[in-house]
Write a protein that binds this ligand. Structure first.
Ligand code: ADP
Ligand code: MG
Length: 245
């Protein structure tokens, strides 16, 4: 659909060869409308990270099609794919991956510098203010709490105004209170700025911040839930993971 930020069609990703072959994604199709918040859940090894990496142009599917804002990634060479990632995609990881020697504002400015732009301080400060860290611009990561570091990482992902923000367990390393602050921030970006967010999580409470939860099992989409709370999401996960041994 015209209004989709991401479109996956029959995406298959196979790792390895011979008797070591693993089908991490098996004909996954998924459309993500602009301005929505999608959570991706599934048992360990179900293909969540692979799905995110393929959708973000960090990995290439073995077959199938990935479109970002209508651009088919399969047709792009490495250089153009790198530019698309740089200019149109934001990514936050469980480990914040900040550069320890740089201040918060220097970390946030980095994507613009890598793009050959000289970032205006006001621009950097404005993004830091959006994540509630306007007064921490000169701090280095070691001087910040985990939640603050993840908010710096969010600001760094947002400085380029990406069409889609991806998060692979972005709250996985945070305590639940701090994690909720980050989730509330993501939710607010979707609601007030029509940011598109796709987040992998194994936490039903985190997933309940999303508009919809897409479930993966064995590399395949196994249904989705919308407009339900953490308890229903947890019940669905328990069913997917099978009865505990
Ligand atoms: P999840 O994030 O849901 O835990 P992944 O997407 O990381 O799952 O992995 C899905 C499957 O693909 C797993 O069986 C995993 O071992 C395999 N896999 C992922 N990346 C690689 C890789 N680079 N090489 C080989 N196998 C991989
Ligand atoms: Mg993973």
């Amino acid at each position: 659909m015209e209004n989709d930020a991401i479109q996956l069609k029959d995406v298959t990703r196979v790792f390895g060869a011979g008797d070591r072959v693993v089908t991490a994604l098996d004909r996954v199709s998924l459309d993500v409308p602009r301005g929505t918040f999608t959570a991706v859940m599934g048992p360990s090894g179900s293909g969540k990270s692979t799905l995110l990496q393929c959708a973000a142009g960090l990995d290439r599917p073995t077959s199938g099609s990935v479109r970002v804002g209508g651009t088919e990634l399969g047709g792009l060479g490495e250089t153009r794919l790198t530019l698309l990632r740089r200019d149109r995609i934001g990514f936050v990881f469980q480990a914040f991956n900040l550069l320890p020697a740089l201040t918060a504002e220097q970390n946030v400015a980095l994507p613009l510098r890598l793009a050959g732009r000289r970032p205006a301080r006001a621009e950097v400060r404005e993004v830091l203010a959006r994540v509630g860290l306007g007064d921490r611009a000169r701090h280095r990561p070691a001087q910040l709490s985990g939640g603050q570091q993840q908010r710096v990482a969010l600001a760094r992902a947002l400085i380029t105004r990406p069409e889609v923000l991806f998060g692979d367990e972005p709250t996985g390393a945070l305590d639940s209170q701090t994690g909720r602050e980050v989730l509330a921030l993501l939710r607010a970006m979707v609601d007030t700025e029509r940011q598109t967010v796709v987040m992998v999580t194994h936490d039903p409470v985190a997933a309940s911040y999303a508009d919809r939860v897409v479930f993966l099992a064995d590399g395949r989409v196994n249904g989705e839930l919308r407009g339900v709370g953490a308890q229903d999401i947890a019940a669905r996960m328990t069913a997917l993971e099978g009865a505990p041994c």
